[in-house]
Design a protein around this ligand. Structure first.
Ligand SMILES: Cc1cc2nc3c(=O)[nH]c(=O)nc-3n(C[C@H](O)[C@H](O)[C@H](O)COP(=O)(O)O)c2cc1C
Ligand SMILES: [Mn+2]
Length: 528
């Protein structure tokens, strides 16, 4: 099921009784947060605020993914596991052995063709209904101030499009944007994210280009060269160049386009932790079963979803950084200020009467809990490609996802649980997992009580806990250093002789089948 655009999606939500329109006047500063927070904590509907203080005629759409049912509806399935099954089938494609086999493959090949985005002309792109080139003021839109100590208003649901200056590959990632003034915002791509690498590549290219002109940047370029031109650029505020060299890069830019208010599959694709090689438009097309229609921007060489409500075009100037935050984050704490690149607006295009799409993050569970749940379900088959012994995973919402991953495995050799921990710590954004708990396959990791029972009973802490060091999430406020700290794995599997465990391991208590069936038959009569 593919929604044409945000409006089609809103209509569907309304038809399913999953949307509430709010005509009472509310402020985009804090009030929308408080209302949405209460609604998301009680499993309530998506909200369309139609009377925004200071923004007559504007609408704010929020909490669109805020329940398991809406998340599934957004991706056009009954259960999120259906998508995992589709991906699984696709990954298991075998070369066909006859005509019948070939015919059976057609739907899967169809799913692949529909993944490729389709370029449409500006006249077929609703996002171009209004084109505003001159000194447009971002404050025209009802952008939210989310929490009391936030540094300002933040665009919270932006699909940020960039292109790798080296490979030419596009990326769409969701990175929040703090509004500094009418024409500039922060660009909060964390250093391990794909757009941050595009930015670093632009820096590498620019400093290499300028190396003949400036002795300072020449030394930086030389450092990069000495490591095969790869990553020997010393640490800077975004894992980029040292501050001294940055001044010489004035005028060099990385183009950026931002789509706000896209169809739900496209919005969701922007948060999926896919490998950098996989473009999000492909993921969205695959999820919707229909190509994403994209259109060329007016002032930058990038393409955005043609049906977006709002498109911001512009650039970040290489080397320019500005303090970003604080921001009440999805950890339940404020993220403190840190330097990030600055986005400069060159053009805004939007639909007539644009609907401003937003989300609120804060103490879980909030809307992003369900987005995270969908990522967990959809990514399991992809993780199994790397770690085939994985039975199931669970990232409890209360632990804010990457802080805790419960994993069940088919244990087959000594040390297997530790192998799995290390594999997870090396897998894309799963590197951020602070605590991994590994249990045997007969433990249902979706059942937290069962996991706690196993962990508490099965571990000899000194023996079964493994610490390691490595990159941690930029939002972690407790690590010894920003972005770098320790992680812990707990091996709560049954211990084997081959692992040096020489005592007998007791069986878990379970009633036998015959007795259970007998009691089942008796149950009504017992009147219990
Ligand atoms: C509501 C929401 C806000 C997010 N904000 C940020 C952010 O400000 N910075 C960031 O680096 N990641 C943020 N993320 C996570 C990224 O979107 C996610 O890591 C995504 O996979 C990044 O895309 P990439 O792999 O193409 O870089 C956010 C996710 C959600 C759901
Ligand atoms: Mn990406």
């Amino acid at each position: 099921m593919a929604y044409d655009d945000l409006r089609d999606w809103i209509k569907t939500l309304e038809k399913h009784g999953e949307l509430k329109r709010i005509s009472e006047e509310v402020s985009p500063e804090l009030e929308i947060t408080e209302i949405t927070d209460r609604v998301s904590k009680s499993g309530g509907p998506a909200l369309l605020f139609e009377n925004i203080k200071g923004h007559p005629g504007h609408k704010v759409f929020i909490n669109q993914f805020g329940s398991e049912r809406r998340m599934a509806l957004a991706l056009g399935v009954e259960r999120l596991d259906e998508i995992a099954e589709r991906i699984h089938t696709l990954m298991n494609l075998k070369a066909p052995e006859g005509l019948l086999d070939k015919l059976k493959m057609l739907p899967q090949l169809g799913a692949l063709t529909s993944a490729f985005p389709k370029t449409v002309s500006a006249k077929d792109a609703p996002c171009k209904e209004r084109i505003r080139l001159d000194h447009f003021d971002l404050n025209y839109f009802p952008i939210l101030k989310c929490w009391p100590h936030d540094g300002g208003r933040f665009i919270t649901l932006p699909c940020v499009v960039t292109r790798d200056p080296r490979s030419g590959k596009r990326n769409v990632g969701m990175y929040r944007m703090q509004v500094y003034d009418g024409q500039t915002t922060g660009m909060h791509w964390q250093r391990q994210k794909v757009a941050a690498e595009h930015y670093r590549n632009a820096l590498r290219d620019a400093s290499a280009l300028q190396s003949t002109e400036s002795p300072l940047t020449a030394s930086v370029a030389a450092m990069a060269e000495s490591a095969g031109g790869a990553v020997a650029i010393p640490d800077g505020p975004i894992g980029g160049l040292p501050q001294v060299a940055l001044g010489n890069l004035k005028g060099s830019r990385l183009e950026v386009a931002v789509a706000i208010g896209t169809d739900p599959a496209t919005t969701f694709a922007a948060i999926v932790p896919a490998p950098p090689e996989v473009e999000e438009y492909l993921i969205a097309g695959f999820l919707r079963g229909k190509p994403v229609e994209i259109v060329q921007c007016e002032t930058v060489d990038l393409q955005v979803p043609a049906h977006a409500e709002i498109v911001l075009e512009g650039y970040v100037e290489l080397g320019e950084l500005r303090s970003e935050g604080p921001f009440g984050d999805h950890t339940g704490f404020y993220t403190l200020t840190e330097d990030y690149p600055v986005f400069h607006l060159t053009c805004v295009t939007h639909r007539k009467n644009p609907i401003y799409a937003a989300t609120i993050v804060g103490k879980p569970p909030m809307e992003d809990a369900w987005m995270g749940k969908a990522v967990e379900r959809i990514f399991l088959p992809a993780m199994r490609m790397q770690i085939p012994e994985l039975v199931d995973i669970h990232l409890p919402v209360e632990a804010v996802f990457h802080n805790l991953m419960l994993v069940s495995i088919r244990k087959s050799y000594p040390g297997h649980a530790r192998k799995v921990m290390n594999a997870i710590w090396s897998l894309g954004q799963a590197m951020f997992t602070k605590v991994i708990v590994v249990v045997d396959e007969d433990c249902d990791v979706q059942n937290i009580a069962e996991v706690v029972l196993r962990v508490a009973n099965n571990i000899d802490p000194e023996r079964d806990i493994q610490f390691t060091l490595g990159p941690v999430d930029s939002l972690d406020h407790s690590s010894r250093l920003p972005n770098y700290g320790s992680k812990m794995g707990i091996d709560a599997t049954r211990k084997w002789k081959a692992e040096g465990f020489n005592r007998p391991w007791p069986a878990m208590i379970e009633m036998d089948r015959t007795t259970k069936e007998k009691v089942d038959a008796l149950w009504e009569k017992l009147g219990l």
